[in-house]
Ligand binder design. Sequence first.
Ligand code: NAI
Length: 330
Amino acid sequence: MSMKLAVFNTHSYDKAFFEQANNGFGLDISFFEPRLTVETVKLAEKYPAVCAFVNDVVDREVIEQLAKGDTKLIALRSAGYNNVDLAAAKQYDINVANVPAYSPESVAEYTVGMMLTLNRKIHRAYNRVKESNFALNGFIGFDFHNRTVGVIGTGRIGTAVVKIMHGMGCRVLAYDPVQNEACLELGVNYVGLPELLAESDVITLHCPMTEDNYHIIDEKAVKAMKDGVMLLNTSRGGLIDTDAVIAGLKSGKISNLGLDVYENEKPLLYDDHSNELLLDDVLGRLLTFPNVLITGHQGFFTEDALSAIASTTLYNVKCFYENKTSGNEL
Ligand code: NAI
């Protein structure tokens, strides 16, 4: 039996890493460029397994159509799955699998890269020097050594961040309902959210987005932070109330903001919009701040991560065809 897989939202790099990984699996893969949406779901007809990414639309309507076309598995090539209506998938008897762990270091190292860039204004220095401007005014940073870093969510990625920050000589506070043994061993102090917000010089988000923590960083949370705090979000855009954070930037409460994710990123992600007008005024405002660094959800984008993602995704699909559990079912 041929093991068919329809991969949506395919970029050249997805194809390259999937084809390489498929040497070990022998699946019959069709690559489709469009994102999975209600308009494109027809392409999945007669594919028992469909592969989607974080910016694909896998809502009830799409799931209903997938079920009509005999799809039985949605194999996400991502860790996050907040874009999938799991209840609808269950109702239509469609399995959903994800890639829970692929190089947590990829996102952790990227996050620390954002911290260092913002702190030492490397993004601005790059442009200045290109214009033969070697002035340093406005570029004063601080030593991370001895500063307090607050990590919200100490799962795989959060723990990898903790290890790096610990190595840099920081005091690390963490907030997570589940305490992580490796973090405790490094001397991380688990505290309540109010204490973490009040004491941290740098706050970084590494929890998944759930119904309970939507806008965990809201106006109240921003007010509770230290003056001049640096805030990073490389997890999910919806964890931050962007208007509240813009107010915090305007008042000087937030001195630096690094975002690899943004709550309204979906229509923009992974495509070139440079010939269009930017109609998102909130993003437009964010882009005016010199102390805000925004990137387009690329924390995971290393060759190590892409190859791990491709092999785990194909493993999940193969297990599905062989009626085995992969352990990555949601
Ligand atoms: P994980 O599942 O290993 O860890 C998540 C941790 O967050 C767990 O320890 C959990 O107890 C904790 N948590 C859950 N709700 C919380 C809350 N309200 N407050 C504090 N802690 C809470 O997940 P992992 O692999 O570390 O990934 C974390 C998130 O990073 C993912 O859910 C995803 O949103 C994001 N991510 C971003 C990527 C990027 O390219 N920027 C790539 C991969 C993941």
